[in-house]
Design a protein around this ligand. Structure first.
Ligand code: SF4
Ligand code: SF4
Length: 293
């Protein structure tokens, strides 16, 4: 019996039937939660700003649902007291790597060794992002001048670009990774299809810039002037002029979001017909979390 009910009983106030039903439902939901076969998820912090981790947390109760039912957070220096990189099914790596920092270089190699799937979480890990502009010379480590995206040091399986990356995309990748490890054959196939474009992005390279749109979309005659690139740019470096994107290169922080968001960049025809089933499967997986939002 809850504290409130005890107080009410002492005061002679009866619990309403509707309240009893709600409490029973809450109890029943608690008992239903599976706790086995969770995947091991870790957050590895390289030279990042923790904004990617905030984006993970911005899934609110969706994150709690994932941690309740699908994944154990086995490593995250910001949130847990595990000091050394453990074995992980999925490592979400935030930030780029300072190659003058021996420990960072060792950490990223260790992450690759210990993880089945390495995800570059956010644009610093994928493309270097703002750390591309680092030139060193600052107190108290003036020699820390060169920062590389993690894909320049290790093989990366999946990219989640964005500065910050969207909470929904992180959530979807986490659910799909769970299905890949623990789902039935159909679910594994669906998860594979979902992750494929993000794996293709990882294979494509480690540079992100407005010029990607110029080189691989506009100059290829693929741009249809939808404006998605402009909407996705976190620093408003893109405007649409006469229906075509114009980039303000001095504003561009090299996050690669515009290319990632452009529907003419790596749109994957294998995934589009599965859009509804993917949405349904994710909504189903997170039902309880979403209804409590
Ligand atoms: S998102 Fe792609 S297709 Fe749309 S305007 Fe930008 S470059 Fe063109
Ligand atoms: S133009 Fe904007 S979205 Fe594209 S890479 Fe530069 S900062 Fe990122």
């Amino acid at each position: 019996m809850g504290l409130l009910n005890s107080v009410k009983k002492i005061m002679g106030v009866e619990t309403k039937p509707a309240q009893v039903a709600m409490e029973k439902k809450a109890e029943a939901t608690k008992e239903k939660k599976p706790v086995t076969n969770k995947i091991k998820l870790g957050h590895v912090h390289m030279s990042g700003c923790t904004g990617c981790l905030v984006s993970i947390a911005d899934n609110n109760l969706g994150l709690i649902k994932i941690l309740d039912d699908y994944a154990d957070l086995v490593y995250c220096l910001t949130l847990a007291d595990v000091r050394h990189i453990p074995e992980m099914d999925v490592a979400l790596v935030e930030g780029s790597v300072c190659i003058q920092d021996h420990e960072s270089v060792e950490d990223i190699k260790e992450t690759r060794k210990k993880s089945k799937i390495v995800v570059a979480l956010g644009s610093c890990a994928c493309y270097g992002n703002i750390t591309r502009f680092s030139r060193g010379g600052q107190h108290n480590q003036p020699q820390h001048e060169s920062f590389l995206p993690i894909g320049d040091l290790i093989d990366v399986d999946v990219y989640i670009p964005g500065c910050p990356p969207s909470p929904e995309l992180i959530r979807n990748v986490a659910v799909m990774a769970y299905l890949l490890f623990e789902g039935n054959e159909d679910q594994k196939a669906l998860a594979g299809k979902y992750l494929k474009p993000l794996m293709d992005l990882a294979k494509r390279g480690t540079t992100g810039c407005f010029c990607d749109l110029m080189d691989d979309v506009i100059n290829q005659g693929l741009c249809m002037g939808c404006g998605t690139c402009a909407a996705s740019c976190p620093v408003r470096a893109i405007t649409l002029e006469f229906g075509k994107p114009q980039g303000e290169r001095d504003l561009c922080i090299k996050c690669g979001s515009c290319y990632g968001a452009c529907p003419r960049s790596f749109f994957n025809l294998d995934v589009i017909p599965e859009f509804e089933s993917i949405n349904e499967i994710i909504a189903d997986a997170l039902k309880e979390g979403e209804s409590n939002d």
